[in-house]
Design a protein around this ligand. Structure first.
Ligand SMILES: *[C@@H]1O[C@H](CO)[C@@H](O)[C@H](O)[C@H]1NC(C)=O
Ligand SMILES: *[C@@H]1O[C@H](CO)[C@@H](O)[C@H](O)[C@H]1NC(C)=O
Ligand SMILES: *[C@@H]1O[C@H](CO)[C@@H](O)[C@H](O)[C@H]1NC(C)=O
Ligand SMILES: *[C@@H]1O[C@H](CO)[C@@H](O)[C@H](O)[C@H]1NC(C)=O
Ligand SMILES: *[C@@H]1O[C@H](CO)[C@@H](O)[C@H](O)[C@H]1NC(C)=O
Ligand SMILES: *[C@@H]1O[C@H](CO)[C@@H](O)[C@H](O)[C@H]1NC(C)=O
Ligand SMILES: *[C@@H]1O[C@H](CO)[C@@H](O)[C@H](O)[C@H]1NC(C)=O
Ligand SMILES: *[C@@H]1O[C@H](CO)[C@@H](O)[C@H](O)[C@H]1NC(C)=O
Length: 444
């Protein structure tokens, strides 16, 4: 028992020691960020109007429920008089005001998006999505959010001055695991079209805050693993043991029966690091498993079936995404029941693509259980210059789910062609024979 724990610990340490490699930078999405834009629209004697916008500029990482929660620290004694399209979670201590009270007097207000179907007179353009932001690729019309507010009682505020006279709050956060935001930077004022684009108006001043995701900050443990099989070999290569966690180690939670799922389901809303998910007990302990099955070989094509299974009891994954890397994806012919878009990160070598669900059909990956999976089949053209079933070539190089890289089985375990023993000895034979031939050729 002690030995098993020890091995588990060593394994975890090994996994952890790889984590810093992905620190704050994803080679598949090097420019990915969430940008907060702060536009000062109008100012009066003791107040000014701000339009705040959030944009998720990430190719495949989206903002899931419970959604973004934007917060900042006011520099002076500012208050928020009113807000449209979002709301502050706390009104706070407004006892210094008489008569009508401000919307929020908090020094560090926390702003949440309104839910879909909010009263019409509280809505503004781009609001009211419950804090959910799509990734840039999955739904280019839903990656942004916005709200309007009137800021008042700003002691440092000096109406009629240049934009630099406005004191922009500090320490912005989006309260999502793994994200950190930089300081506000003054940028060229935003411009807004009017009269069908014949006239442009502009903000009094505009500031940008950029928030970057870091896998290292979000979670040290992987969240997904890969298992493999092929029609030419009956072995199913499982996810590596302890891919995500080891059963029985402190901090792991698993259950064997869905009827025993306790009321742990409410996660603390303010978590900056995710709690370990409540998963179905398995040797890999991952909330997500991706299975790649080489299903069939035709004369010109080959077919792969990919199944994503949810082992998490505490979560339905909405708007999930899968990024896969395989050299043959450049000759992808058909994708069934998933959406697909190539990610051309190396220019012409497009060996990487993003797959995601079809709206209302399988864009929601249900929690662990009978319905907890989605699947696709893909048809690839056998590219004459490289295609082979040998040496595990038919298996993916890399897979990530919702931007989290999945743990792959070691290559020496991949299902092998039954004849591969012969090919290997043939290969060795050739390796031996060629130098002999060369030697003979040069000797004479
Ligand atoms: C944020 O993403 C946008 C869109 O991809 C990009 O233009 C911008 O340079 C990025 N910002 C930073 C600071 O990386
Ligand atoms: C509320 O704020 C006032 C000053 O604005 C202060 O005197 C009072 O102690 C505060 N009340 C609480 C409960 O913090
Ligand atoms: C922002 O956070 C830093 C570090 O936590 C702190 O030193 C600074 O005082 C904060 N700024 C404001 C305006 O609270
Ligand atoms: C500021 O953010 C806006 C909206 O995201 C973007 O269009 C603009 O390019 C950004 N400016 C800079 C300098 O990053
Ligand atoms: C789940 O079942 C396995 C074997 O059936 C057992 O070893 C393990 O302790 C069980 N775990 C829980 C949390 O019930
Ligand atoms: C997942 O969705 C189903 C159907 O909408 C719902 O019954 C279930 O409670 C959800 N599960 C979780 C963990 O949110
Ligand atoms: C490969 O990339 C090119 C452009 O970079 C694109 O037109 C083509 O559709 C891609 N092919 C596949 C199968 O993804
Ligand atoms: C199937 O693959 C496994 C793992 O590589 C290998 O050990 C086994 O010999 C293969 N089976 C056959 C029938 O070739």
């Amino acid at each position: 028992m002690g030995l098993v724990l020890m091995l588990g610990l060593i394994m975890t340490l090994c996994l952890v020691s790889f984590a810093p490699l992905s620190y704050g930078y994803d080679p598949l999405d090097p420019n990915g960020n969430i940008t907060i834009k702060w536009d000062i629209m109008k100012s009066e004697d003791t107040s000014y109007d701000v339009k705040v916008s959030l944009f998720n500029y990430q190719l495949f990482r989206h903002v899931e429920p419970p959604g973004w929660r934007l917060s900042w620290t006011w520099i002076g004694d500012e208050v928020i008089w009113n807000m449209f399209g979002a709301e502050a979670t706390l009104q706070g201590n407004c006892s210094r005001f008489k008569g009508q009270l401000p919307h929020s007097c908090e020094k560090q207000p926390v702003i949440v998006d309104l839910l879909p179907g909010a009263p019409y007179n509280m809505q503004v353009a781009n609001c009211c999505k419950g804090g959910i932001l799509s990734s840039l690729i999955q739904d280019p019309s839903k990656y942004g959010a916005g709200f309007l507010m009137t800021v008042g009682a700003a002691s440092t505020f000096d109406a009629g001055h240049a934009p630099s006279a406005y004191s922009i709050p500090a320490n912005f956060t989006v309260k999502l695991p793994g994200y950190t935001c930089g300081p506000p930077l003054e940028v060229a004022p935003s411009r807004f079209p009017s009269d069908s684009g014949r006239r442009w108006t502009q903000a009094i001043g505009t500031w940008n805050v950029t928030c970057i995701f870091s896998q290292f900050r979000a979670s040290l443990t992987p969240k997904c693993c890969v298992s493999l099989s092929a029609f030419y070999n009956s072995t199913i290569v499982p996810c590596p043991t302890c891919s995500c966690r080891c059963q029985g180690l402190p901090g792991t939670r698993c259950t064997n029966s869905s009827s025993k799922v306790p009321s742990l389901l409410q996660l603390p809303h303010d978590a900056t690091e995710e709690l370990p998910p409540l998963v179905s007990c398995s040797q890999h302990m991952c909330p997500i498993k991706v299975h790649w099955h080489v299903k069939q070989s035709y004369r010109e094509y080959w077919r792969v079936k990919v199944t994503i299974s949810n082992f998490n009891f505490a979560k339905n994954y909405s708007q999930w995404s899968l990024v896969m890397q395989h050299p043959n994806l450049r000759s992808l012919t058909q994708v069934f029941s998933f959406n697909y878009k190539p990610l051309d990160q190396h220019g012409t070598i497009n060996d990487t693509g993003i797959f995601w669900g079809i709206q209302y059909y399988n864009d929601m990956l249900m929690h662990s259980g009978d319905d907890g999976n989605v699947q696709t089949e893909i048809l690839l053209n056998k590219d004459a210059t490289m295609f082979t079933f040998r040496e595990g070539w038919a298996f993916p190089r890399k897979i990530s789910f919702n931007g989290d890289e999945c743990v792959m089985p070691p290559p020496e375990k991949y299902p092998r062609l039954p004849s591969s023993a012969h090919t290997t000895s043939f290969f060795r034979f050739t390796l031996l024979i060629i130098p002999c031939i060369l030697f003979l050729m040069f000797a004479f």
